[in-house]
Design a protein around this ligand. Sequence first.
Ligand code: ZN
Ligand code: ZN
Length: 269
Amino acid sequence: MKLRSNIALCSTLALTLIGVNAHAELAGKHWARKSNPVMLRVVDSVTISWDAAFSTALQKWSESPVFDLNVVSSDDSATTREACGLIQGQLRVCNYTYGTTGWLGLATIGVDANGHIDKARVRLNDSYTASWSVTGQRNHVACHEIGHTLGFDHMSSGQGTCMDLTQDLASQWPSLANYEFLLALYGHADTYNSYAGATTTTSTTTSTTTSGASTACTGRNKKTCAASAFAASEEPSMGVKVRGDKKGQVWVSPRKDGGIWIHHVDLVP
Ligand SMILES: [Zn+2]
Ligand SMILES: [Zn+2]
């Protein structure tokens, strides 16, 4: 629509119009943790054609001392993969024929009101069969989209990392520079853990969820628990495009709990 294309020209204005603090930095987003590594739970919602790229990407990112990405559950029914619902404190990776959306991969991170990532998902679009027949492309895109959920933005072409947008066999996996970036991004300690499986926090500004969706909603925790279950089931809207070029775009929308959704959209080459 007309308004959208106009406001997309100015990211600060766009963010203000959707109620997001104009000074909120989109870069530098990371999972909150009291110490490294982030023992991030991953839900496997990919089918067999993606298994190798998915599991190798998790393994490669886990070579960083900052992350330990572990598949804790799997559900690859078509219904689940299509919805690819977000889970509090976890990362879900899905593939599906999402249609001719224009994107090969779409990574969405939920950022809590304190500015930390607290849920994420990756969607891989099987509708572009020609793209997936390119050697190394599944590896590149799986690694790339998962990288967005750890805190990476795009890197310029030809840097030998999956975070660049080069269709090159040298750009299938993380680079040493990526691991160094993670060490810097996660070089401080936070006061709470925003990923699931963490111990209960004493911070009053965070949810008391201790194990994501599996927490029982009983007794005095009921209200907080119900609120967090609601947040977990919220389907993010795309919001407004705050930047983009012919390869990728970033969209932002407000979350019902005061946080924001950030979408990294990777276009079909
Ligand atoms: Zn932090
Ligand atoms: Zn991207």
